[in-house]
Design a protein around this ligand. Structure first.
Ligand code: BGC
Length: 756
């Protein structure tokens, strides 16, 4: 920064203070703060900063995993060497950590206490992929609020969530932690979670959100975690960055850099994404933290020779806080003293950290009421919200002959089987550190409570990976039962960080178990609980109905029981494409049109042409598996039927700053009240770049009584059609478009319109 810039900054800041408007502190442009700072907050930050030594500033930039006895860290806390801790959740110990920082360090700066509160704290909600399957941002926001209420009661004021990584590869174990493959859905879910965690006003229940992992991490080559990505600027700007931008606009306080290197540059040192895009273009004035040792991992990447060098690279890219590399703590002071790093860069980082602490009210209220914290956990209304969310998150993928819902009067004896029927830890899913399995209600427990004396439980398999040759005991029990409820899937440990898979079939002998059950001749209802979309094509013929529950959390059992017996009606939709076989990866609905597109009928579960059949040889498909997935994005059945008709637009031609008014008639033609997720997709027919065949631009949950039909109207700003085009700017390109309104991404008839 030149002296002129500095003068300019100072003038702008003074003017803003005078005008009473808060400026983005991270950039020289006159624009509002993304985290909602105020002139008073900024003055306070400046006052604290002015008193700090260089060592104290660097200490604020150091985050430590510090569980257990706080006295172990007393010396470092007193010396002001720790700005934040993660992984302590005990309120008494958190208070003690804070006491040492506040009362025994020179400046008394409170700690920011972080934790991975990913889909609930004690009350565990469905994994984020399940949250996305609800297509219900309001419900997701409510869940995030519940998580914040429980976590902040114990002193956790910062969660490392939401994960906004677009994932188009179900081999990647962390697909469980995000909203799936779609940019628009991901953005809506991200905003909802940010609002829920942080609350609508700053108070003691506000938990700072951390949007992660910035950026591209979900595109790990081969689906192997931590792997390199090779995303172009266009792909970043059109697919991977928009959810982050939306969450920044929603006020996200913090952001985490990712582990991957993109096109050769580790994210923690990427000045393009962290400085140009995040700070300069979006004006983000929140806090940027590294992922766990992601600064140190730049040495393994071969991007820096030692910790000193990677610390310099990270601060140079605009990282504010170091999670667990200790690179800042060990080297920043000497880097400043040698002139390799300017103290102004340190000041900028510390401002971003202090701003969050001040906004959270930590200086006024560093302590929690430890005695009261317990009462908040697993509150009945939290469990009710978790159950409702689990119900909405389940996707009905098959229902032959309307087997579901079951009539309780007609099924006297219910066989419950399968490795996930009574797996209280595993149904919580990945990243459920604080969910206690003794509070989980499994399907078996819920069914036994609902149907005392009528449930027979024969597990069949102890865990999902077990191999077994014969299932005589289960089959004999199935013959005696009126219905078989098989709970299959994968344990929590098979998805999440560092848990990628190359084989996405049901593990162990689960498919054989299902086939044996089918052979017993009784109706079979399968429920799959998993962290990813598994390749279940071979299992579909072996069950009459199949419910797909992305690990549903604490209240999964009652939610599934309600769905199976018709007290709740499925409304979940797939937030990610379900593949027929792992060899189809990556296959996602919003791919670009090739020069030789497959021109067959769009059929679900497309039947592969015979090997050797060449009539379609010029098209983009597999000889053995055809062109289509098992279930497309946005798909999900109901216990009723929905019919879409008369899709219309209010105009034929729109201005680039106009609004599309889309109307359609949605009819519930069945005999049950139900909710449909109506989806609006758009295609830009000719662009300065080739464009996706379809892109989700809106969705709407529409509740309809049995037999009811309604004219639904939605508005879509034409600006939603903008993309980062060949000239390197983001804008709506005039021309011809098509629009679909349908119950999934593969249905509906297009309506044409133009933008001029
Ligand atoms: C993960 C992050 C997480 C952090 C702290 C890392 O290994 O990648 O998502 O927030 O650990 O637990």
């Amino acid at each position: 920064m030149t002296d002129n810039d500095r003068m300019m900054n100072k003038t702008i800041r003074t003017l803003a203070l005078l005008a009473g408007a808060a400026l983005c502190a991270a950039c020289a442009q006159h624009r509002p703060s993304t985290v909602g700072t105020t002139p008073e907050v900024e003055q306070r930050v400046e006052r604290i900063l002015a008193q700090m030594t260089l060592a104290e500033k660097v200490g604020q930039m150091n985050q430590v995993s510090a569980g257990g006895d706080p006295s172990q860290y007393a010396e470092a806390l007193r010396a002001g060497q720790i700005g934040s801790i993660l992984n302590e959740v005990d309120p008494v110990r958190i208070n003690e950590f804070q006491r040492i920082a506040v009362e025994e360090s020179r400046l008394g700066i409170p700690l920011l206490v972080g934790r991975d509160v990913i889909h609930g704290f004690h009350t565990v909600f469905p994994i984020p992929l399940g949250l996305a399957a609800t297509f219900d941002p309001a419900l997701v926001e409510e869940g995030a609020r519940v998580a914040a209420l429980e976590a902040t009661a114990q002193g956790v004021r910062w969660t490392f969530s939401p994960m906004l990584d677009i994932a188009r590869d179900p081999r990647w174990g962390r697909i469980a932690e995000g909203s799936g493959e779609d940019t628009w859905l991901d953005a809506r879910m991200g905003e909802a979670m940010v609002r829920g965690y942080q609350g609508t006003q700053w108070d003691a229940t506000s938990m700072a959100a951390c949007i992660k992992h910035f950026v591209g991490y979900g595109a790990a080559e081969g689906g192997r975690d931590y792997n390199s990505t090779f995303l172009t600027e266009r792909e970043l700007r059109n697919v991977y960055l928009p959810p982050f931008e939306a969450a920044v606009r929603a006020g996200a306080m913090t952001l985490m850099t990712s582990f991957n290197d993109n096109d050769g540059i580790p994210s923690t040192a990427n000045t393009f994404t962290l400085k140009q895009v995040l700070r300069d273009e979006w004006g983000f004035d929140g806090l940027v933290v590294t992922d766990w040792n992601s600064m140190g991992e730049m040495i393994s990447h071969g991007y820096g020779a030692d910790r000193k060098e990677v610390a310099r690279q990270a601060i140079g890219a605009g990282v504010d806080m170091d999670m667990m590399t200790f690179g800042f703590l060990s080297h920043l002071e000497e880097l400043v003293q040698s002139g390799a790093v300017k103290e102004s860069a340190i000041d900028a980082a510390v401002r971003n950290i202090l701003r969050v602490k001040v906004l959270l009210g930590l200086f006024e209220h560093p302590y929690v009421d430890a005695a009261a914290a317990q009462a908040v956990q697993y509150a009945p209304e939290h469990l009710a919200a978790a159950q409702r969310t689990a119900e909405e998150s389940v996707v009905l993928l098959r229902n032959e002959g309307d087997l579901l819902p079951l009539d309780p009067a007609r099924v006297r004896t219910i066989l419950v089987t399968g490795p996930m029927a009574d797996a209280p830890h595993d149904q919580l899913g990945t990243w459920a550190f604080d969910g206690q399995k003794q509070h989980t209600v499994t399907p078996l427990a819920a069914l036994r409570e609902r149907f005392p004396g009528r449930v027979v439980y024969v597990p069949g398999l102890g865990h999902s990976r077990e191999h077994r040759a014969r299932f005589d005991d289960v089959v004999a029990a199935a013959r005696r039962a009126d219905v078989v409820l098989a709970f299959l899937g994968e344990e929590a440990i098979l998805s999440g960080e560092a848990h990628s898979l190359a084989d996405l079939n049901l593990q162990g002998s689960q498919s054989e178990l299902l086939a044996a059950l089918k052979a017993a001749g009784k109706p079979v209802v399968a429920t799959v609980m998993a962290g990813r979309p598994l390749t279940i094509e071979r299992d579909l013929p072996n069950c009459g109905a199949l419910l797909y529950a992305f690990h549903p959390g604490t209240m999964g059992g009652p939610a599934l029981t309600n769905l199976i017996f018709g007290d709740a009606v499925p409304s979940g939709k797939t937030p990610v494409t379900f593949l027929r076989t792992v060899g189809q990866v990556p296959m996602y609905y919003n791919h670009h049109m090739t020069g030789r597109p497959y021109n067959g009928e769009l059929l679900l579960g497309d039947i592969a042409p015979e090997a050797g059949q060449t009539s379609l040889g010029n098209t983009s498909y597999y000889l053995d598996y055809g062109a289509y997935p098992l279930f497309p994005f946005g798909y999900g059945l109901s216990y009723t039927r929905f019919a879409y008709s008369d899709v219309a637009l209010d105009k034929a031609v729109y201005a680039t700053d106009g609004t599309l008014r889309v109307s359609f008639t949605l009819a519930n033609t069945g005999s049950r009240d139900a909710t449909e997720v109506a989806q609006v997709y758009v295609r830009d027919l000719v662009g300065s770049l080739t464009r996706p065949v379809k892109e989700l631009k809106h969705f709407e949950r529409v509740a309809l009584k049995a037999g009811e039909s309604r004219r639904v109207e939605v508005e879509i700003p034409v600006s939603e059609l903008a993309f980062f085009g060949a000239d390197g700017t983001r804008k709506v390109e005039p021309g011809d478009f098509q629009l679909w309104v349908a119950g999934d991404s593969a249905s509906g008839e297009p309506v044409s319109f133009q933008v001029q």
